[in-house]
Ligand binder design. Sequence first.
Ligand code: NAX
Length: 328
Amino acid sequence: TRTPVNVTVTGAAGQIGYALLFRIASGQLLGPDTPVRLRLLEITPALKAAEGTAMELDDCAFPLLAGIDISDDPRVAFDGANVALLVGARPRTKGMERGDLLEANGGIFKPQGEAINAVAADDIRVLVVGNPANTNALIAQRHAPDVPAARFTAMTRLDQNRAYSQLAKKLDVTVNDVKRLAIWGNHSATQYPDLFHAEVNGKNAAETVNDQKWIEADFIPTVAKRGAAIIEARGASSAASAANAAIDHVHDWVNGTAEGDFVSAGVVSDGSYGVPAGLISSFPVTSTGGDYEIVQGLAIDDFSRARIDASVAELAEERDAVQGLGLI
Ligand code: NAX
């Protein structure tokens, strides 16, 4: 039997946590041969709720679940962590300025980055889900100088999955017919879901759609504002779909992406495609051997260039804001 992989989940008592933990414990994160030990991090007032979820996890008698530890101390929860899913974050509440939001999240992601640096396993891989995901990931990464920067990623896989579904509906095909549909930039309303490099049954997606107006006025805003539409309809923000995307992101990172395809992830820029080095921006990426790499050599036309630049400018502003607040 294999040694269990330590998977730390923050915000474990929240709604994404509730949708995520059972899938991790059932083997969907790392595969059917890999036992997992769950490490749940919550704030003190939510520890009891996390214990309740842990009781339910016990009651599933998952063969792959080797144990569950619960803590409100990052130094305990990240101890020996091989995979960390940073879900818990401070949401924007009414009347909160962006600076307040960034500051509140800096107060979460700075100590978590420090704890990861101090106590996580050498092969630690981090996915930040909590918003603003790209900038929270940047804050954590900057406070973990001993961890390779490439091990810190932010989630844009939900945006990608939303884009797959919208495109498949439009063309009356299934998501299985779609490939290479990337999200560029920030996980925010400025994100750019790119049909110009995507393929549908081996043909260029934008050409197959052949409707620039639909791409600009319908597809892009529908994908970018889907989170708000879910809140409007459900009365709560996306949870099961967000958990599903987190599973997809880590699964593909660890197990590799399909030959000839790519996926979307927020990764530290190396300057590719004119994205300033150091920013955590979404790119088309492939994974082999446990490392995400930015897909190189895609031709970017003027339309895509302007969209990518706008979203990356927002990321640079967020970075400048957290720098101004002394958070990085
Ligand atoms: P919930 O409010 O249901 O749960 C958040 C949990 O985090 C709470 O239980 C809270 O106690 C905990 N928490 C807060 N501070 C913590 C800390 N310092 N350490 C550990 N736990 C802490 O939110 P939920 O719906 O689960 O969403 C979680 C985050 O995901 C939010 O920031 C949300 O904006 C973000 N999302 C990101 C998405 C993405 O695609 N990147 C999509 C879905 C989601 O909106």
